[in-house]
Design a protein around this ligand. Structure first.
Ligand SMILES: [Zn+2]
Length: 85
């Protein structure tokens, strides 16, 4: 019977944790996402077409075959897409 009691408390702890965890991560993620946003705006990325560095926030975003790319201009994005064909 001691085993069953332990199992019960184990399950109660497990499910209790599962309820608390999303609540915690929800509150923690607010701080993390704010930090990430600032980081993304400040970071310099390389244009894969003309190999120029520019701030990510000024870039032209493209999602190509499961990867994220940032280009300095729409012209570069179109050129890069043409190259891939
Ligand atoms: Zn470019």
């Amino acid at each position: 019977m001691i085993f069953l009691k332990l199992l019960f408390f184990g399950a109660a702890f497990f499910f209790g944790f599962r309820i608390v965890k999303p609540w915690l991560s929800k509150h923690i993620s607010i701080h993390i996402s704010n930090g990430d946003k600032e980081e993304i705006e400040d970071v310099m990325v390389k244009d894969p077409c003309c190999e120029t560095y520019f701030p990510k926030r000024d870039g032209v975003y493209a999602h190509i075959s499961g990867q994220d790319f940032y280009f300095c201009s729409k012209e570069c994005r179109d050129k890069y897409l043409e190259k891939l064909k």
